[in-house]
Design a protein around this ligand. Structure first.
Ligand code: FPP
Length: 248
């Protein structure tokens, strides 16, 4: 079947989309498969989602691949997720780079094996000049951890209290230099933030789909973008049309 053409005007496409890729485990369970098979299917889907993001003209895509809380999962699942990251870099990096994807990491690398840390850093370096899509991989990432890390570094740098502004804090986060997410998508129907981009997502629009992550396809991604395109973002103010009407 041919892909549905999309008609969203470029100025209504979110610049930065962030995704909570939830439901791999339930996807596997519903098929009588082990959880890792769900993560594998989720990885296949990630490849498609990256491609669609490039097609739609999204400039930044942030994916929640491993949270600071995920260390509490069974050791074989943790090991499996580490392996997936390594495997994606080994097998997909060349192709992703050809497509213009720049890889970045947000979170703490320290707890990963030295070999994996080196792989991630090499991949970041190898793709640093690509500019079609910035792919932020949140791995060993937690929003509170990120804010604590920022406060510690702000204090170490001796910034005076009056120097602590919205803009300064943003510069100390793992996402420094990346615009805040316009749209956050969560799969599998859960209505939770789960410690994801808690500072950066202050004014993000949300789209929650009941689909499990491995089933989040191009059609559903388009639905999310269409919903976003129809929203009126007010950032705590009133909409421009309401403002004009009340001042007429
Ligand atoms: C949440 O589903 C998903 C994760 C914790 C891992 C997401 C990882 C991938 C999609 C693979 C791609 C990863 C990398 C490193 C590129 P869940 O396991 O919590 O699902 P459940 O809520 O149904 O149990």
């Amino acid at each position: 079947m041919a892909d549905t053409p999309f008609t969203i005007p470029p100025d209504r496409i979110p610049r930065h989309v962030a995704m909570i890729m939830d439901g791999n485990g339930r996807w596997a369970l519903s098929r009588g498969l082990p959880r890792l098979a769900g993560h594998k299917a989720g990885t296949e889907n990630l490849r498609r989602v990256i491609r669609s993001s490039v097609e739609f003209g999204v400039k930044y895509l942030t994916i929640y691949a491993f949270s600071t809380e995920n260390w509490g999962r069974p050791p074989e699942e943790v090991k499996g997720l580490m392996f997936i990251l390594e495997d994606v870099i080994d097998r997909e990096l060349a192709e992703l780079s050809k497509e213009g994807v720049q890889l970045r990491h947000i979170g703490r690398l320290e707890r990963l094996s030295p070999n994996l840390q080196e792989k991630v850093l090499d991949a970041i370096d190898a793709t640093k000049n690509n500019d079609r899509l910035v792919l932020n991989v949140a791995f060993n990432y937690g929003g509170r951890d990120e804010i604590i890390n920022a406060i510690q570094r702000i204090m170490k740098d001796g910034v005076p209290p009056e120097g602590v502004t919205d803009e300064l804090v943003s510069r100390y986060l793992y996402t420094a230099g990346t615009p805040d997410p316009d749209l956050i998508i969560r799969t599998s129907g859960e209505l939770r933030v789960s410690n994801f981009l808690i500072w950066q997502g202050a004014y993000s629009e949300w789209f929650v789909t009941p689909k499990y992550w491995p089933d989040f396809d191009r059609e559903e991604y388009l639905r999310a973008l269409e919903t976003f395109a129809s929203r009126d973002r007010r950032y705590g103010k009133v909409s421009s049309s309401e403002y004009e009407a009340s001042n007429a």
